[in-house]
Design a protein around this ligand. Structure first.
Ligand code: NAD
Ligand code: GLY
Length: 354
């Protein structure tokens, strides 16, 4: 049995299909290809686990694959070039499709290559981390890091389908599962207090990968993301709330060196920093801190110092006229974007690293 959510974007609408046993099972992905050819982009960790199984979903298609080096440090233009070289060498035409099999790093790189090749070819997401299943595979943001900043190079390129097989999480290391939970907590904190309440009650079931709890968390997260993306595909307004904690988080990732803290870990600490900057009631902040802690995630930034963090944040994509903008909370479950914040508060929060 599978669940289906539609990301409503007019002629570029697409389904998110969520279920168990989908990769290697009956689900026919060939009907979502643009033509008969596809390039599966994966990495050296995920390929031995799921590439052969995925071939069964693509029976009848001509399949090539490229296996990238694993890790945030390899989310670079050079990885994109590797994919483009493979496409050129195989004489791929405009009716080829790029299929991303892996976590958010593979999805972001493969999606950007699909956006660039011949000015855009079809793209399919088969996310295999919790973080990718609840966040990065949905919404069409693709891209890579620049040596001077996180996700600075990229394009919007929506997939044709997102195929989420929750059974792939069985092989996911615990630390990666927890990192994905940061983005799940984010949805409750920014837009759905009832979901936040549910997470408080079910965090232990999620940590032990209880299938029913995981299915609910993934579905609710995808529904919330799909709604926001449908309202504001290109982030001219409301979509920015999905970046709650990310201005701080991206700066932490960059300053520590990519891969030192996982994206989700940096976002977790970033959400607490943004919560503090919001000035919400201490009791609400405590709820966010407790849930984040129970999920096994950091609630404080590393000791980097305000100057370093603020410098890294100056390249944040939400900034306008050189002025930073932050996603803050009016209340737990209700986020907004603003450039109106306390400069001294920001300085203190950035200096409070452990
Ligand atoms: P990741 O892609 O690095 O995957 C984490 C690790 O898990 C990797 O070592 C990977 O090889 C491994 N892995 C993947 N699936 C596995 C499985 N089923 N079993 C065992 N191991 C598995 O990290 P991530 O957390 O998935 O993604 C983080 C990236 O996503 C960051 O670069 C972040 O910027 C990006 N992101 C993008 C968006 C977006 O909207 N495009 C949103 C959020 C995050
Ligand atoms: N992860 C933020 C977004 O997709 O907009």
């Amino acid at each position: 049995m599978s669940e289906r959510i539609t990301v409503e974007l007019g002629e570029r609408s697409y389904p998110i299909v969520i279920g168990r046993g989908l990769v290697g099972g009956e689900f026919d992905l060939t009907q979502h290809l643009a033509g008969g050819d596809c390039l599966v982009v994966t990495n050296q960790t995920v390929a031995p686990l799921y590439l052969e199984s995925l071939r069964r979903n693509l029976e009848g298609a001509s399949i090539q694959s490229v296996s990238l080096e694993d890790g945030e440090a390899f989310k670079t233009l050079s990885a994109v070039e590797t994919i483009l070289d493979t496409l050129v060498e195989s004489r791929a035409n405009r009716d080829t499709s790029v299929v991303a099999l892996g976590g958010g790093v593979v999805g972001d790189i493969a999606g950007f290559a699909a956006a660039c090749y011949m000015r855009g070819v079809a793209f399919i997401q088969v996310p295999t981390t919790l973080l990718a299943q609840v966040d990065s595979s949905v919404g069409g943001k693709t891209g890579v890091n620049h040596p001077k900043g996180k996700n600075l190079i990229g394009a919007f390129h929506q997939p044709r389908i997102v195929l989420i097989d929750t059974d792939t999480l069985e092989t996911l290391p615990d630390r990666e599962l927890k990192a994905g939970l940061a983005e799940v907590i984010k949805y409750g904190a920014i837009a759905d207090i009832e979901f936040f309440d549910w997470l408080e009650e079910n965090i232990e079931s999620l940590l032990s990968k209880e299938p029913g709890a995981l299915a609910h968390a993934i579905k609710r997260s995808c529904e919330l993301k799909a709604q926001v993306v449908a309202e504001d595909e290109r982030e001219s307004g409301r979509r920015a709330i999905l970046n709650f904690g990310h201005t701080f988080g991206h700066a932490i990732e960059y300053c520590l060196g990519y891969g030192e803290w996982l994206h989700g870990e940096a976002v977790a600490a970033g959400m607490l920093m943004a919560g503090e900057l919001s000035g919400i009631a201490e009791q609400q902040l405590a709820r966010l801190r407790d849930l984040t802690e129970r999920a096994g995630l950091p609630t404080r930034p590393p000791a980097l110092g305000a100057a370093k963090l603020l410098d890294a944040m100056s390249l944040d994509k939400k900034a306008l006229n050189k002025k930073l903008r932050f996603v803050l909370l009016r209340d737990l479950g209700d986020a907004y974007v603003t450039s109106d914040y306390s400069e001294t508060g920001l300085q203190t929060i950035c200096d409070a690293g452990s």
